[in-house]
Design a protein around this ligand. Structure first.
Ligand SMILES: [Zn+2]
Ligand SMILES: [Zn+2]
Length: 312
């Protein structure tokens, strides 16, 4: 499938105009298997420093009109969580779609490839949800045709059975040459304290559903469970990173490539500069704070666009 790439991939959100908006892209309410009425959910996020959320009920689209009615001090995006079959380990696979899903069947009949491709082609943002929780193998991941984004951290799965982190899956896709963004979410159901643990920071020029979805599709965001990333930029062969107080800042790339800046015990750092060897196709940043919470940048693609490292 062909995303509108690669030009957008090379625009660094930290160097774009606009401001950052904090949002949770994976939320449930009583409209499916969540504990609370949507208004209570909106209230919690509005009172806890969020700018937007998306209701992503199981196989039930929260459309633009319902989203508008729910927007009470918070921007609510249209969305749905589609059932897309079972993994070989017999656990449910899900694709989360943010935006317009006109024509997408809500009967669980799509494959992951179909759900991702069709929603992306209709102008939505879509990501493969909680691959570790779904028990997906890397072989099953590899036959999904093109994955524009993956849920690299799912807070509810992290709480439930410690299967929320999926950076291994993300790096496997990137290592195969596909350009894939990583999304941290709550997957909040409010049966327990499963909210406020994973979010995206989106850089957008306007505060509207259209502008946020366009920014998500272009990868103009980073993900977090705690730390903030203030700046990432390449100056010649040096990568400069600025963050909130951190115990470690890493860059990671394919295979064994990557490096770290660790704070001294009991101390924190707020910046790092790394020499990046030539020949790498992508790098991404991970930040760990003293509470062992993380932030993850999207991959930064280092080679000239138009070459063959973007097969999708
Ligand atoms: Zn799910
Ligand atoms: Zn969910």
């Amino acid at each position: 499938m062909h995303h509108e790439k690669p030009s957008s991939l090379h625009s660094n959100p930290f160097q774009l105009p606009g401001r950052w908006y904090r949002g949770n892209l994976h939320t449930h309410s009583k409209m499916s298997d969540g504990a609370h009425h949507p208004n209570q959910v909106v209230k919690w996020y509005a009172e806890n420093g969020y700018d937007f959320i998306a209701f992503t009920e199981h196989d039930r689209w929260t459309d633009a009109e319902v989203a508008r009615q729910l927007s009470n001090g918070l921007l609510v995006l249209p969305g749905v969580e589609l059932s897309v079959g079972l993994s070989r380990q017999c656990s449910p696979m899900h694709v989360v779609v943010i935006g317009d899903v006109n024509g997408l069947p809500m009967n669980g009949g799509l494959t992951p490839t179909q759900a991702l491709t069709q929603s992306w082609q209709s102008g939505a943002f879509a990501f493969l949800a909680h691959p570790h929780w779904s028990g997906l193998s890397l072989e099953e991941l590899a036959v999904i045709d093109s994955i524009p984004a993956i849920e690299s951290f799912n807070y509810a799965s992290d709480l439930e059975n410690h299967k929320g982190l999926a950076t291994i899956y993300w790096d496997d896709i990137l290592g195969r040459g596909q350009a894939t963004f990583g999304v941290a979410t709550d997957d909040a159901h409010f049966h327990e304290a499963d909210h406020g643990g994973g979010w995206v920071m989106v850089k957008a020029s306007r505060f509207s559903a259209e502008a946020l979805i366009a920014a998500l599709r272009a990868g103009h965001f980073y993900s977090s469970s705690g730390p903030e990333i203030y700046d990432i930029r390449m100056v010649d062969d040096q990568l400069h990173v600025k963050t909130s107080p951190a115990s470690a800042i890493y860059w990671v790339s394919s295979g064994c490539f990557g490096w770290h800046a660790h704070a001294a015990p009991g101390q924190t750092i707020e910046s790092a500069a790394f020499y990046i060897p030539s020949g790498l196709k992508w790098i991404r940043i991970e930040v760990c704070d003293p509470q062992r919470r993380w932030a993850w940048s999207n991959p930064i693609f280092l080679m000239d666009q138009g070459s063959e490292q973007h097969p999708n």
